[in-house]
Design a protein around this ligand. Structure first.
Ligand SMILES: Cc1cc2nc3c(=O)[nH]c(=O)nc-3n(C[C@H](O)[C@H](O)[C@H](O)COP(=O)(O)OP(=O)(O)OC[C@H]3O[C@@H](n4cnc5c(N)ncnc54)[C@H](O)[C@@H]3O)c2cc1C
Length: 295
């Protein structure tokens, strides 16, 4: 019997490419979908006790999993821990709920504030830990509090201020805490206007972003004083191709999988972009996409 069987759906040597937005990634030695929050905590306890390497993933939309996969335990919160409840203007959501579902549930209750997050394809856990944002909104504008598991396996609740959010990071990311759930403070709003804003922002994404190709969204963080996409474009890299990977013609900030790409090809493309932009403009492009796995 697998040691995790009581706490999760267990898959062994399961390829991760079918779960990642990049459609890339070798096998996880053990892939777990926890049954509930208590099971998630138990799983982490076991991993620590047994000295097993582990990682938590949400919707896998900001990761590049290596071609060799992950030689440890991948705890995946896709379609689990995804409860959403609403009390007045406060929305509570489990780490595995998608930002889209949270925004839609808020809309159903005539609550606005999460329109900017509706098109971000991540989970509450993946979004809150890195303070995801778009179109002048960031999760830090609406997060009320966050329940987390600290490194001593204690459940703690941090307020918005205590989360120490800044551009694409938070104290939880720096301290390697695990997000269990979050609450959002929203405002009563006309649902017609909320829906109109969501649709407008979604149309802008469809027009400007290569959503027809697998990717992990913007590959690089915004360098202070510049736009990554413009630096890449001005470096002559629009449409640059390496194997089955390309810099999107539509949006140079996106590295896309044109079909059958490997993680190795993506990494080499990212390194090429970083070198050329550094040589041309002296700007270090820092990756936003997180590498998972050993190569
Ligand atoms: C087409 C496209 C468009 C995108 N647009 C945007 C955008 O507009 N703005 C933006 O900010 N991002 C955008 N992204 C990137 C991505 O959606 C966000 O970064 C999102 O927050 C990642 O959430 P996730 O659940 O997919 O995280 P994952 O990719 O699963 O994980 C990312 C990181 O978060 C950690 N993590 C995940 N869940 C937890 C948890 N519960 N506790 C602790 N750590 C956790 C993982 O360990 C990993 O290090 C886009 C991606 C795509 C593919």
């Amino acid at each position: 019997m697998n040691i995790f069987e009581n706490y999760a759906t267990v898959l062994e040597n399961e390829n991760l490419d079918k779960y990642t937005s990049f459609k890339i990634g070798g096998p996880a030695k053990t892939l777990l979908f926890p049954k509930d929050e208590a099971s998630l905590i138990k799983i982490i306890e076991i991993c620590k006790l047994e000295n097993l390497k582990y990682i938590i993933l949400g919707n896998c939309t900001n990761v590049l999993v290596s071609d060799e996969g992950y030689d440890g335990v991948v705890i995946l919160l896709k379609n689990v821990l995804d409860n959403i409840s609403i009390n007045g203007n406060v929305v509570s959501a489990g780490a595995g709920a998608t930002l889209r579902d949270v925004a839609n549930k808020a809309l159903d209750k005539s609550l606005g504030g999460l329109e900017f997050a509706h098109g971000i394809p991540g989970s509450v856990g993946g979004g809150v830990i890195m303070n995801a944002g778009a179109y002048d909104g960031e999760l830090k504008d609406v997060v009320k509090s966050v329940r987390l598991l600290n490194n001593d396996l204690e459940i703690i609740e941090l307020t918005n201020e205590e989360m120490n959010f800044s551009y694409r990071t938070s104290i939880a990311q720096e301290e390697h805490y695990i997000i269990l759930s979050a609450t959002f403070n929203l405002e009563s709003a006309d649902p017609v206007l909320v829906k109109e804003k969501m649709d407008d922002l979604w149309n802008r994404r469809v027009t400007k972003q290569p959503l027809e190709y697998p990717s992990a969204g913007s590959t690089f963080r915004r360098p202070t004083g510049y736009f990554a996409g413009k630096l890449i474009d001005d470096s002559g890299l629009r449409g640059f191709t390496h194997g089955n990977v390309a810099v999107s013609e539509k949006h140079c900030g996106f590295v896309i999988n044109k079909g059958g790409a490997t993680a190795k090809e993506v990494k080499e493309t990212i390194e090429t972009i970083q070198k050329i932009v550094k040589d041309n403009y002296g700007v270090e492009l820092r990756r936003e996409v997180k590498y998972v796995g050993d190569n």
